[in-house]
Design a protein around this ligand. Sequence first.
Ligand code: MV4
Length: 452
Amino acid sequence: MFSKILIANRGEIALRIIRACRELGIRTVAVYSEADRNSLHVRFADEAICIGPPSSSSSYLNIPAIISAAEITDVEAIHPGYGFLAENPHFAEICESCKITFIGPTPENIRLMGDKMAARAAMQKAGLPVVPGSIAAIKTKEEALKVAKSIGYPVIIKAAAGGGGKGMRVCHNDLTLISSLMTAQAEAEANFGNSAVYIERYIEKPRHIEIQILGDKYGHILHLGERDCSIQRRHQKLLEESPSPAVDVKLRKRIGDMALKGAKIAGYVSAGTIEFLLDSRNNFYFMEMNTRIQVEHPVTEMVTGIDLLKEQIRIACGEKITIQQDQVHIKGAAIECRINAEDYENNFLPCPGKIETLILPGGPGVRVDTHIYQGYEISPYYDSLIAKLITYGSNRQEAIAVMRRALNEFHISGIKTTIPFYLKLLENPLFLKGEISTHFVQEMFKEEQKEI
Ligand code: MV4
């Protein structure tokens, strides 16, 4: 087992990794920007090194600074968390060349799954269902029209180097397809330095179902059930839950087996997530694979009892996965609400500031993963996530009741948060029935606009 690990991240995920290390008897090194001098991960770690000024590019994305901090403190491994360098294959390679273990997948895993078109082709070859669409990049409008003709409208244009919804455009006819193609290629070049785009049939109002994967360095692969992440706004997940109200035992086995097949063919190592689209007729399609621990990993931990961060660290130092697939049981239900420092009544506008008073929820079935404290200054330099509120119940209704209670106990003054949004969401009859799709939030707002 490692004796010391550097956490190349900040906020709640840095704390989460430090906690896993502490329980494994591993010493920790935090890195922080000047803006994070008073952050909790700095205080909780055994050692801390300032790696630069507030901007992410000068600090948490600053590879030379992070590697220098690792050398100075003589760590054996680096955990990247999520975001920042977590899915940067170049960073993973640099760690390995410096004889520092990268706690995550191989650079090959990251590179393959980072190219959404190559990932789609590899998964299709492995036998996973993919949405009908183009095999190769679409270069000309003639090619686009030909593919659209064969799959039928509506179609969606996606950037090969995109992902997470960035650079997507839905087209309903030849005219919009031709005009969107040029802009999509230009945007892909500008945003990702790669103009390659591809086309798929557009699945109307899908659910976002993702499967948690764990793979060790000896080819053992495990799946830990699904998470339903359909409650999103502009491709930002807001609420995630496990199990999905749309997935029964039979469908879970089908999707889980497909995810295992894909991860095995990819030779996947560490924690990863395979995302699927589920349509209204229970057809599911491979969407993309995330090669990192995800924000929403706690809901899987709550219903399986498996600590994903400890498993990641054990896998990275060469241990075998000892859990068998038939020992993985989904028990009860868990929900996560992402509490952001955003003004829900003002179109979710980010509003950093100082936390004057803070009362965190607690009691049976409540977990709060957060780095905030009373008097903490929320920085404008980083994303607005300030806490993850996770609740557990013996079933979905009970998990919702615990979430309602916890949200009402959660008191923050000095900043605005998305708590009022969740209190409203948890009263919505369609949500309570589990009748949600990725269009739910925008439809909920349309309803609200009508009420105004
Ligand atoms: C789609 C789709 C419908 N049809 N692909 C969004 C982000 C990226 N993971 C892929 N996404 C989508 N791909 C086809 N062929 C709808 C979405 C989508 C979506 C998917 C999951 C969760 C939220 C979403 C919000 C809008 C669009």
